[in-house]
Design a protein around this ligand. Structure first.
Ligand code: AMP
Length: 190
C-alpha cells in the first residue's frame, strides 16, 4: 500500500501533480476540495454548510472534515493506495488520519511538500480564477486562504518531519521535472 499526502499552499500544483502519479502507481485520488465542490453543486446540506466556509477562505471545521474523509475512505474500492490532496490541513486532521489508517492496518508512506514562492502562488490562483471561475479564486479570498495556510496548515511540515515522512519538492518550474522529483521520492520510500 502506498498512501501519500500531497501537501502545499493553494496553487502549489497538488491537483496537477496528483493526476500525473495516480495512474503510474494505481492510486485513488482523494481531493477534499473536489468532494466539497461536488456537494455544493448537488446543493446538499453539507454543500450548503461548506459553501459558507469556502467562500470566506476559511477551513471547514475539523470534526466535520474528518467525518467526510472517513465516509470517503469507507466507500473506496480496492487499489494500491491513496493520494490525499488537500487533507490534512490541520494537526488535528493529521492525527485523525493517522488513527483512521491505523484502524485499517495502514499508514502514510510519505508526505510530499510542494514548495512554491508566494508571488507565484498569487499569480497562478488569480489566473485559475479567471479561467475556471472558482468562487474562491478571487484576490481577497486568495489572500485569506494563503494566510490560513501559513497559520493552520504549514505547521504540518514539522509534524510530518517528526513522523519521518517528510519529502521536500521544489514546486516551481518545468512540470515534468517536478513529477520526476516526486517519483524519486516515492521510489526511495515505497
Ligand atoms: P482546495 O480545493 O483543496 O484548495 O479546497 C478549497 C476549500 O475547501 C478550502 O479553502 C477549504 O475551505 C475547503 N477545504 C478543502 N479541504 C479541506 C480540509 N481538509 N479541511 C478544511 N477545509 C477544507
Amino acid at each position: 500500500m502506498l498512501n501519500i499526502v500531497i501537501f502545499g499552499a493553494p496553487g502549489s500544483g497538488k491537483g496537477t501533480q496528483s493526476e500525473r502519479i495516480i495512474e503510474k502507481y494505481g492510486l485513488h485520488h482523494i481531493s477534499t476540495g473536489d468532494v466539497l465542490r461536488a456537494e455544493i453543486k448537488s446543493n446538499t446540506a453539507l454543500g450548503r454548510t461548506a459553501k459558507e466556509y469556502i467562500e470566506r477562505g476559511q477551513l471547514i471545521p475539523d470534526t466535520l472534515m474528518v467525518e467526510i474523509l472517513a465516509d470517503v475512505l469507507d466507500k473506496l474500492t480496492e487499489s494500491n493506495g491513496v493520494i490525499f490532496d488537500g487533507f490534512p490541513r490541520t494537526i488535528a486532521q493529521a492525527e485523525a488520519l493517522k488513527e483512521m489508517l491505523d484502524k485499517r492496518g495502514q499508514y502514510i508512506t510519505l508526505m510530499l511538500d510542494l514548495d512554491v514562492p508566494e508571488e507565484e502562488l498569487m499569480k497562478r490562483l488569480i489566473k485559475r480564477g479567471q479561467e475556471s471561475g472558482r468562487a474562491d479564486d478571487n484576490e481577497e479570498t486568495i489572500r485569506k486562504r494563503l494566510d490560513v495556510y501559513h497559520t493552520q496548515t504549514a505547521p504540518l511540515k514539522d509534524w510530518y518531519k517528526e513522523e519521518g515522512k517528510y519529502a521536500y519538492i521544489q514546486g516551481l518550474g518545468d512540470l515534468q521535472r517536478i513529477t520526476d522529483q516526486i517519483v524519486s521520492a516515492i521510489e526511495e520510500r515505497k
